[in-house]
Design a protein around this ligand. Structure first.
Ligand SMILES: [Zn+2]
Length: 338
């Protein structure tokens, strides 16, 4: 089969790889319908995370089951399925508590930007649609593998409630999905922080009521100006840098909560400011499997269309161009079709 392999920073190649096979009786093999490039794939791409040897890349996927191991009971060949960016058993104490990202048997994948994929722990990982989805639903279903579930997690961790004012730091695909999640959870006012016209437009389409272009302290002041000096009731931190976290905490009202999902790189919490203002910070890696059934229902019912974050659709063979487009911020998010 063909699959994307990262060899070194700025060097992603699509090459021949071995076809995956059932290894454990709990495995499923998928023919990948669509995969995509994640903002977190850019960390190794940019050399910020070390690439010591060539390795298959990609962790977001949806596809058709082609084979299952002898112990798999919930999906069967022919099913269209989505799974989260990690495999989980869905039965251990952490999974039962809704935190599949900390599953006792968590496993990662051997590169999802590929024609075929081995999914371990298929019963605990995959969710099938009731029937084959229409082609125009595929991008939105694909987002449930990571980006939409991660935006949803940010809103959940920030405890977004109906009627709240919510600020979203980060205008990448996760931040935009965070806007969509806040809207779906009933936020009355959604302040998107972005200086990119195309992303501002999508944020508004997803439910943003206000756009702030300023950053850092000026961004905090702009949120306060919009909220009678109080700050937002809930803030979604969807970047993962020190300045973005400070901007999120500073934008939050006293007693409010910041939900953070950006993979932290160089973040230190201002504990004194959190203490004096009672601002909470909660978040982490999204437990995708916990949210998958609910989000799949919303997509299939046409209530949300998170697939609009894909502004570049490329064949898998052009994955290298997809990485370059994401790196240079020419693309919000790239969908790859094997
Ligand atoms: Zn588990």
């Amino acid at each position: 089969m063909r699959g994307a392999v990262i060899h070194a920073p700025f060097d992603v190649r699509v090459e021949d790889r071995p076809d995956p096979v059932v290894v454990e009786p709990t495995d499923a093999i998928l023919r990948v319908t669509a995969a995509c490039i994640c903002g977190s794939d850019l960390w190794p791409y940019r050399g910020i995370n070390e690439v010591s040897e060539p390795r298959p890349i990609g962790h977001e996927y949806c596809g058709i089951v082609v084979e299952v191991g002898s112990e798999v009971t919930t999906v069967q060949p022919g099913d269209f399925v989505v799974g989260g960016f990690f495999a989980s058993d869905n039965t251990c104490p952490n999974c039962r508590a809704g935190f599949h990202n900390a599953c006792d048997h968590i496993e990662s994948y051997d590169g999802c930007q590929a024609e075929f994929l081995r999914v371990p722990l298929a019963d605990g990982t995959l969710v099938a649609t009731p029937e084959q989805p229409a082609a125009d639903l595929i991008p939105s279903l694909l987002t449930l593998s990571d980006v939409m579930a991660t935006g949803w997690h940010a809103a959940t961790m920030a405890n977004v409630q109906p009627g709240m004012t919510v600020a979203v730091v980060g205008d990448g695909a996760v931040g935009l999905c965070g806007v969509l999640a806040a809207k779906q959870k009933g936020a009355a006012r959604i302040i998107a922080m972005s200086r990119h016209p195309q992303r501002q437009a999508l944020a508004r389409e997803f439910g943003a009521t206000d756009i702030i272009e300023e950053r850092d302290e000026a961004g905090v002041e702009a949120v306060k100006r919009l909220t009678d000096g109080i700050g937002a009731d809930a803030v979604l931190e969807c970047v993962g840098t020190g300045p973005s976290m400070l901007q999120a905490i500073g934008s939050c009202r006293a007693g409010g909560m910041v939900g953070f999902v950006g993979v932290p790189h160089g973040v230190e919490l201002p504990i004194r400011q959190m203490f004096t203002r009672n601002v909470g910070v909660r978040g982490g890696m999204a437990p995708v499997r916990a949210y998958l059934p609910q989000l799949m229902d919303l997509v299939l019912a046409g209530d949300i269309q998170p697939g609009k974050v894909f502004d570049h659709l490329l064949p898998l063979e052009q994955a290298a161009e997809g990485y370059a487009a994401m790196d240079e911020r020419r693309a919000i998010k790239v969908l790859l079709t094997p």
